[in-house]
Write a new protein. Structure first.
Lengths: 272, 548
């Protein structure tokens, strides 16, 4: 289509290996799904490593990764593209999804339920045997590049979300379920990503375990692995553990004074 | 109750996180100075103003819940033996707890009483000195028995490990035996566990029938532990006698079918729903003012739900999905005339209101009158939550109705239209809601059918019925517990087919067994704690109003 540009997805290529520590056989399963270009849903709580996983897989498969954070205002045009005006009249500009479809990238729609359901139906013809993307405004039918794959993420536990996924959309996907890794593995991940010693990482993980007990008892979600890494980074920089945890966990998770007090209690139970 | 570490609610959350099980924390009224742990309930002495001590009490209870086996038979042990075994067990489970939560050591150490007089060789002083040595590795004591206790304790950790209850029980027997030989006297009546953060150890033991004293003490304490009714709610005596349903003004009768799960068909015209106006007659100005306006629950800020309205296209926008052809032609014309074109040449769908109607259906059965663990009855909290929701003009909900129901056999399902959809909440309505009383039973299906029928008269858009209940459906003329559950499930399905979504908030920890069956996945929410009802009600109604 655009012969002047050698690789239209160059900006989306991942150069360095993103750190990812598998918790199960998700890497092998993903590779199998990719062999058949099967569309995938990654389910799991916030900050458990869904996005990092797909980055890692895109890197290891050598595919560019086109990520789109979905939101309620997103329209089908934001995905597939639109006409804009230039000096010669109107000109079509491919949207990120169309770019990935044409040039063989992995398109990752983060938090797909946040997009309205009438927006997400544009992915339907891409996610069955047809693998086509009709650009009806442009009058073009794009056949997906053999390397194209669609991956979406979805957080089923997020109760305050007003949205569900349409059954006709979810039926088109295979799903991988993610959760926070086991204590020992999570501590290793925190130690590696935050650059802190294993003992400290284990204490941070123990705090997170306690907070996850309070899910649905006033917290929508407990402390995520990502939050632990933030806390670890601050502690490594010399901030006291109590202050780091208060800043990255307690105050970030809740505004409720009782809940904040309980979370702070978990921190003190580890750090005194 | 509110201190630097929050109130009892915060302590409950702390306990849940540390212990991994739900723990109800309550105030213990009466003269006791030690905490009492019974099952999953922790009673904290009221006089404990020191927040650190209360947290240490909680942590100690968590240690028992995680690591002690409750209610071991006490027969064959003398009172002094029980006290020594309990003290060693307390130290053992605390050690286990520090292993997982190293910071907790500081909570206990901060509550440690000052060292006893080295010349005091009474039982309580010796146990206190032993507690100190087991807690503080650097502490020194010159008493042989106390040092022997430490030595045996540390040796047992090294040889058997902290998990081995029996090994520690064995050293406790040796220590108790030594005390007997030392002729140390034990006076059960005057003995309280020396460490102030430790509970009275009734959790650990089960006494045979004849030795009921400790059990009785707990039962008494529990009876006294119920918090007093809040000052803003007058007690039952000063309120009016419960008005009878017969006093209510009847507005109309409707008949509805009911699903018989055995016959697998609907019995036509089986239930009679009687719409009534509650007979409140402006009674008790104080009470209904107290209910909504006492400020116990802060007003809520709800997210605004926006709806795309495709009938409404905004033209000449700076950005949008489509080019506005008319504007684009003008741009090209302007450009060829070398004029400065107006760059607003896109169009996009506008965001307009789409009416959403939510009917909050309150369960007004007699069980809602029962006071909850935090004093206010569920009915009071239900009323407050509904009034708050109505008063907050919850954004996203265009038409809010509040109705209530109770039932007395299939012939009399009372239905109260308290706040009609689209009407503002005025003083008489709030008063009427405030004065409601719970009575009779919960025949959910008939009430849901009536509510769904009323919702169908609402303008098209989102239409939802949100039921707030405290238990499974029941009525006095039905003996099969599944019958009304299946009927309610059928009523929910009928409503859904008619375009009315039915959802439920159950204030009942055991609601999982039936709400999911009735309302289906994601259409229910369980509020373990009635105090969270207002927030959950607001969230759930916003979610229903915004749903696609």
């Amino acid at each position: 289509m655009n012969a002047a540009v050698p690789d239209p997805l160059a900006a989306y290529r991942i150069e360095a290996e993103p750190f990812y520590r598998p918790a199960g056989n998700e890497v092998a399963l993903y590779r199998q799904a990719y062999r058949h270009r099967m569309p995938l849903i990654l389910k799991g709580p916030t900050g458990c490593g869904k996005t990092r996983f797909v980055e890692h897989m895109a890197w290891s498969l050598g595919r560019p990764l086109v990520t789109l954070a979905c939101n309620e205002d997103m329209t089908a045009s934001d995905l597939v593209g639109r006409y804009l005006l230039d000096a010669n009249g109107t000109a079509w500009h491919d949207g990120p999804l169309t770019l990935a479809v044409r040039h063989g990238g992995i398109c990752y729609l983060d938090e797909v339920v946040e997009a309205r359901q009438d927006t997400t139906v544009v992915i339907h013809p891409l996610t069955d045997a047809r693998r086509i993307l009709p650009l009806d405004k442009k009058g073009e039918l794009v056949h997906a590049h053999p390397d194209f794959q669609l991956v979406v993420s979805y957080n089923p536990g997020y109760q305050s979300s007003a949205k569900d996924m349409k059954p006709s959309t979810r039926q088109r996907f295979a799903a991988l379920e993610f959760d926070y890794p086991g204590s020992a593995l999570e501590a290793k991940i925190v130690a590696r990503e935050a650059g802190v010693e294993p003992g400290l990482a284990a204490k941070l993980v123990a705090i997170a375990r306690c907070s996850r007990e309070l899910k649905h008892r006033g917290l929508d979600e407990g402390v995520s692995t990502r939050m632990l890494i933030y806390a670890g980074v601050l502690i490594r920089d010399g901030v006291t553990p109590r202050e780091s945890c208060e800043m990255t966990m307690t105050r970030a998770l809740t505004d409720d004074p009782d809940m904040a007090s309980a979370l702070q209690g978990f921190v003190e139970a580890q750090f005194g | 109750m509110n201190d630097a570490y929050g109130g009892l609610g915060a302590l409950s959350l702390l306990a849940r996180g540390l212990a991994g099980v739900d723990v109800e924390v309550q105030a213990l009224t009466g003269a006791g100075t030690r905490a009492v742990l019974t099952g999953r309930k922790l009673l904290l002495p009221e006089g404990t103003g020191e927040p650190n001590l209360r947290r240490a009490m909680l942590a100690h209870a968590v240690a028992h819940l995680r690591h002690s086996r409750p209610a071991r038979p006490a027969h064959g042990l003398k009172p002094m033996g029980i006290a020594v075994v309990s003290a060693i067990e307390d130290a053992r489970v605390e050690r286990l707890l520090w292993r997982d939560f190293p910071g907790l050591h500081g909570w206990f150490a901060a509550s440690l009483p000052p060292a006893s007089d080295p010349l005091d060789l009474r039982f309580a002083a010796l146990v206190s000195r032993m507690d100190r040595l087991l807690l503080l590795p650097d502490a020194i004591d010159d008493n042989h028995w106390v040092n022997k206790a430490r030595r045996l304790f540390e040796e047992t950790i090294a040889s058997a490990g902290l998990e081995d209850y029996d090994a520690f029980r064995a050293i406790a027997s040796i220590l108790a035996n030594d005390l007997g030989q030392m002729r140390v006297r034990f006076e059960p009546q005057h003995y309280a566990v020396p460490a102030p953060w430790r509970d009275d150890n009734s959790y650990l033991w089960e006494f045979a029938e004849t030795e009921t004293a400790p059990d009785e003490a707990i039962a008494l304490q529990q009876a006294g532990a119920r918090p007093p009714p809040p000052s803003d709610a007058p007690d039952e005596g000063s309120g009016p006698p419960p008005s009878d349903a017969a006093d209510d003004i009847e507005l109309g009768r409707y008949t509805y079918p009911e699903w018989d799960r055995k016959l697998e068909r609907l019995r036509p015209d089986w239930c009679t729903v009687i719409e009534k106006l509650p007979a409140w007659q402006g009674l008790l100005p104080g009470r209904e003012q107290a209910a909504p306006g006492n400020g116990r629950i802060a007003p809520l800020a709800l997210p605004r739900a926006r709806h795309l309205d495709r009938t409404h296209r905004l033209r000449r926008q700076w950005e949008g999905d489509d080019i506005d052809l008319n504007a684009a032609i003008e741009v090209l014309v302007d450009r060829s005339l070398r004029l400065r074109p107006d760059a607003r040449l896109f169009m996009r769908p506008g965001k307009g209101p789409r009416p959403s109607s939510v009917l909050v259906l309150l369960d007004l059965s007699a069980s809602a009158n029962d006071p909850g663990p935090h004093a206010a009855s569920l009915l009071d909290i239900e009323k407050q939550a509904a009034l708050l929701l109505a008063a907050s003009n919850a954004r996203g909900i265009d038409r809010l109705a509040i109705h209530g129901f109770s039932s007395n056999t299939r012939a009399e399902v009372y239905y109260y239209r308290l706040l009609e959809a689209g009407r503002p909440l005025d003083a008489p309505t709030s008063a009427m809601i405030g004065a409601l009383r719970g009575r009779y039973s919960t025949r959910m299906g008939a009430a849901l059918r009536h509510a769904a029928a009323l919702m169908q008269a609402e303008p098209p858009g989102q239409r939802a019925v949100l039921l707030v209940t405290d238990g499974a459906p029941s009525d006095i003329d039905v003996h099969d517990p599944q019958y009304l559950i299946e009927d309610a499930r059928q009523a929910v399905a009928e409503a859904r087919d008619a375009g009315v979504r039915a959802a439920c908030i159950a204030v009942d920890g055991a609601a999982d067994a039936y709400v999911r069956r009735i309302f289906g996945w994601r259409n229910y929410c369980i509020a373990d704690d009635a105090r969270s009802l207002p927030v959950r009600l607001a969230r759930m109604s916003a979610r229903l109003a915004a749903a696609h």
